[in-house]
Design a protein around this ligand. Structure first.
Ligand SMILES: [Zn+2]
Ligand SMILES: [Zn+2]
Length: 103
């Protein structure tokens, strides 16, 4: 069994943090290997490349379900992946407690 990686996030205030979007790998569009102009905004972060999340427990870990990639199934090409239902596509999540993307 592999241990989950602890991920540093940019905590902006109590219970809020800005996290890198793994679904688009911070680029804002999917798939990331397409020209920027032909991409649609990332459905996870709305094209921002990062997202503001609200959380209860501070420690963030790599999402085991998508293995940090943000998309499932992980062995599919980027363009046929869906955002991970466990981490909403961000690739990381708080170790415990409720949380959500707020923008
Ligand atoms: Zn994104
Ligand atoms: Zn995930």
């Amino acid at each position: 069994m592999s241990s989950l990686k602890i991920i540093e996030v940019n905590v902006v205030s109590t219970g809020k943090a800005i996290v890198h979007c793994s679904f688009c790998n911070g680029g804002g569009g999917v798939p990331t290997n397409y020209a920027r102009e032909s991409q649609k905004p990332c459905p996870v972060c709305g094209g921002q490349g990062k997202a503001l999340v609200e959380f209860e427990e501070e420690t963030f870990i790599e999402c085991a379900y998508c293995r940090g990639g943000g998309g499932v199934p992980t062995n599919y090409a980027r363009e046929s992946q869906k955002p991970c239902p466990t981490c909403f596509g961000l690739g990381i999540k708080p170790i415990a407690g409720n949380w959500q993307i707020i923008k």
